[in-house]
Ligand binder design. Sequence first.
Ligand code: CNA
Ligand code: ZN
Length: 253
Amino acid sequence: MSYQSITPGECAAKLSGADRVVVVSGAGLSTAAGVPDFRGPKGLYVTRAYDPEQVFEIHGFDRDPRPFYAFTRDFLSLLGTIRPTFTHRFLVELERRKPETTIITQNIDGMHQRAGSRRVYPMHGDYETAHCRGCGRGYEGSEVEAMLEHQEVPTCDRCGVAIKPDVVFFGENVRHFNEAQSLAGASDLMLALGTSLTVYPAAMLPEIAGGEVVIVNQGEVGMRPRPGVFLADANLDEFFQSVAAELDWSVEE
Ligand code: CNA
Ligand code: ZN
């Protein structure tokens, strides 16, 4: 069985008929803003600018947190210079019109929140808070950022061990998984956007979706086709510009 393809017009019609829309978003949503993904053509698994399996691996961090902080320095300074994409802004409009819309994101870039989406569950955590790996003391993301100005690795005031931002690493539990599961089950339409659907457990959410699923992703996705799952192999911003035009929604800058 192959995927049933879907046009922006058909996606617009599905959105019109839905109330409980659940969006599962991935790194592809932010590539147009200039943030490299993992598995896309310019992703970190291809360019190896950073090795994700080394940078985001919890035992590796405990042995040597420097590779993660080298990545983090670059990543945070990049975030300071970029803006949400059209698709981020489209999702803000979607929530304005359909207040039960929820976003479950695998992204750690905070772009949904910056764009103005309110019901956002960052399954892979974010840089808003941090914890010491030694004594567990909590820190604000802004404190860690300030320490980065004069320390290669921010360390705990109390015990001297490295502080780790609350970004979920390989080998750690994801956040909000129970909510994510029940939201997926209760959804009447799921949009899986810019995700290769290969990182578990986020990748299982479309499998347990209560209603139809529309995947918009350029390139391969790791989900088996089944009835009720539609795929557009398309550029996200172009696709949602067409969806917005079909719906006659104006999307704010
Ligand atoms: P992924 O496995 O890198 O997949 C991204 C997918 O998006 C790929 O299939 C790309 O081909 C596709 N894609 C890229 N650009 C576009 C576009 N403009 N339009 C349509 N499709 C596009 O990333 P996933 O999110 O599936 O994997 C989960 C990992 C990646 C999570 O742990 C994230 O934390 C992690 N990650 C996050 C960010 C971020 O926060 N922006 C960046 C890089 C990696
Ligand atoms: Zn400590």
